[in-house]
Design a protein. Structure first.
Length: 196
C-alpha cells in the first residue's frame, strides 16, 4: 500500500491543466474503478469484490465506528455511509497507482460526473446488477489528512466554488439496495421515478 510520502504533490498549475479531463467525465453511465475498505483508522484495503449493505454501508468498513459531528449524539451519520470520489480527479492528484488513490479515504471511485448538476441529492445510482446507492445532501469536504497526502494546492482547490459544484472532493451516499460489487461494474444513474 502506498503512503503519503510516496505521492508527489501536484502543483496548482498541474491540477488545473488536468481538470478538462475531469470535466469530461461521463454523465449518466460510468464505471466503478476502485472499491476500498477502511478496516481501521488510516488503514486501507483495495477490494476485488465489495459487499454493500443498507445497515453497514460497505461491509468491513469502519463507518459504524466513526462518530459524526453532524449528529446530535455523535453517532455515525446515516447519510454518510459511503464516500464517493471521481476517479479522474484522484488520478490527477495522486497519479496512476491505485494504492495511492486509496489514501483519499473514500470507498467508491467512479468514472462518472459527480457534479451537483449531474447528481443532485436524492439521485440514485445502480452499480453492477443489483446494488443501488443514493446521493445525500451531506457535503464531503477535504480535511488536513487530505492536504498532507495530496498537497496544499489540491486541498485548497477542493474548497473553491467550482470544485464544490463539480464535487471534486466527492460526495456522500447511502446504500439503498445491498449487493456485491466489483471494479469494472457499470454505474448507471436511475430515473427520478426509481425504475430500473
Amino acid at each position: 500500500m502506498a503512503n503519503s510520502s510516496t505521492v508527489r504533490h501536484r502543483t496548482l498549475d498541474e491540477i488545473m491543466a488536468g481538470l478538462p479531463l475531469v470535466r469530461c467525465s461521463p454523465r449518466g453511465v460510468g464505471t466503478l474503478e476502485l472499491a476500498v475498505r477502511r478496516p481501521a483508522v488510516d488503514a486501507r484495503e483495495v477490494l476485488a469484490r465489495a459487499e454493500l449493505d443498507p445497515d453497514a454501508g460497505l461491509v468491513g468498513d469502519t463507518w459504524r465506528q466513526r462518530s459524526s459531528s453532524r449528529t446530535a449524539d455523535r453517532s455515525p451519520h446515516p447519510d454518510m455511509q459511503l464516500n464517493v470520489i471521481n476517479s479522474r480527479f484522484i488520478e490527477l492528484i495522486a497519479g496512476p497507482d491505485r494504492d495511492a488513490w486509496a489514501l483519499a479515504g473514500d470507498q467508491l471511485y467512479l468514472d462518472l460526473d459527480l457534479s451537483v448538476d449531474a447528481l443532485p441529492a436524492g439521485s440514485r445510482l445502480a452499480i453492477g446488477d443489483r446494488a443501488v446507492i443514493e446521493v445525500t445532501d451531506q457535503p464531503h469536504t477535504g480535511c488536513a489528512k487530505f492536504a498532507a497526502r495530496f498537497g496544499r494546492d489540491a486541498h485548497k482547490l477542493v474548497w473553491t466554488d467550482e470544485a464544490k459544484r463539480l464535487r471534486l472532493r466527492g460526495l456522500n451516499a447511502r446504500v439503498i439496495v445491498g449487493a456485491t460489487i466489483t471494479p469494472g461494474d457499470t454505474v448507471r444513474q436511475l430515473p427520478a421515478d426509481g425504475l430500473r
